[in-house]
Ligand binder design. Sequence first.
Ligand SMILES: Nc1ncnc2c1ncn2[C@@H]1O[C@H](COP(=O)(O)OP(=O)(O)O)[C@@H](O)[C@H]1O
Ligand SMILES: O=C(OP(=O)(O)O)[C@H](O)COP(=O)(O)O
Length: 481
Amino acid sequence: MASTAASPAFSLLKSTGVVASSASTRARASLLPTPFTSVSARPLGFSAVLESRRFSLHVASKVQSVRGKGSRGVVSMAKKSVGDLSSADLKGKKVFVRADLNVPLDDNQTITDDTRIRAAIPTIKYLIDNGAKVILSTHLGRPKGVTPKFSLAPLVPRLSELLGIEVKKADDCIGPEVESLVASLPEGGVLLLENVRFYKEEEKNDPEFAKKLASLADLYVNDAFGTAHRAHASTEGVTKFLKPSVAGFLLQKELDYLVGAVSNPKRPFAAIVGGSKVSSKIGVIESLLEKCDILLLGGGMIFTFYKAQGLSVGSSLVEEDKLELATSLLAKAKAKGVSLLLPTDVVVADKFAPDANSKVVPASGIEDGWMGLDIGPDSIKTFNEALDTTQTVIWNGPMGVFEMEKFAAGTEAVANKLAELSEKGVTTIIGGGDSVAAVEKVGVAGVMSHISTGGGASLELLEGKVLPGVIALDEAITVTV
Ligand SMILES: Nc1ncnc2c1ncn2[C@@H]1O[C@H](COP(=O)(O)OP(=O)(O)O)[C@@H](O)[C@H]1O
Ligand SMILES: O=C(OP(=O)(O)O)[C@H](O)COP(=O)(O)O
């Protein structure tokens, strides 16, 4: 079962915006590997102080109270967790569980990756083991109205197998037939509602639709981390009609790592950011610059940084309108004392294709007609050396075009390095999207501390945004004087 351990009480400070960021100080460390283009080698270390009577939010089964310097008391608010609900709270109760079972299906309607189903099991199992009647809801894909290929029928056998019970399925998600299926649901039974996005009212967060969903149940559990950045009827709207509304174990674990471990990391803390464009990662880079000690950049975005520094980039991916931004991010890293490392060599190709001619060149040696599609071997070596010094690492975005074997070495090297570090006790967090696919491709997913089940949601959390599906949940309040 997913961990229910309490996280630091300030774990959601940034993402909720309830309080200003905690004060921090940094101590010295020298970590900068020489072959990299460096912004600075400098202070590391961290201390966080929460002042008295500020409010903080986190998701945890137990509320921690935090005493600030010189304070007499603390008020802390935490999101309620399903783990806070006992058998007495759950036995015989109808529980509306919103999960994200948006799994990939092939042309034969066969599930090709059941990660999201497996991730939802601990919460459902906890509920059925405590005698609840589970009304399970999810979306699948982005249907426009009722679309048979987006029916949830293919999910039923796998859900039943993993739960060890026969899961029933409704042909709709609201209405009289659903109501009668709910009425006949036994304690410990699970009813899967049909794709909630078959109704346009779901994505519109229509209050009447939310009310109809809510009317099926006595209480609400949100475990749909992958959809927590959407203010939809089944993720946000229902909470207005169902009390209590609490977080599931998966949602809680995602927040514990993506907010808790990132806001209060064991240091040194490194962030690795890659992917295609700097424009889609601006928020993440800016946010991580506030928290990390080392920032390693890779992927297509590095060429915008190179060009901003006056280097030739050939036909590499460049966002001309982001050159100033790249310069300002480098300056910000310097001002914050973050060691920002750009690769010093790259694998270039004469075309964007798996059978392209390729060679390794220094960052300053990209010729016209060549494009950079991966980080080079010297960069891998230096990235590894930098990562060897860390205690916490978060990774979002591949180092190169890892879908093509010729340009996968940088991404695979990072995946292998993180696996090695994880086995040594370093906290390793894979922040969703293509990095998860890369980790799975290399076969090291099992050893990472945490692999996020949400691409867009994890990105928004790392940017410090508020997730509507989280903020809407009930708070558990503890006052310590
Ligand atoms: N040097 C590069 N040039 C062009 N595309 C790249 C390069 N490096 C990585 N990419 C591409 O970036 C894509 C992933 O980018 P993005 O969606 O931003 O990351 P994520 O899904 O991890 O958030 C991958 O499809 C990869 O092929
Ligand atoms: O797959 C999902 O998001 P992701 O592709 O960002 O991980 C979620 O199920 C959310 O789906 P949506 O982006 O259609 O709202």
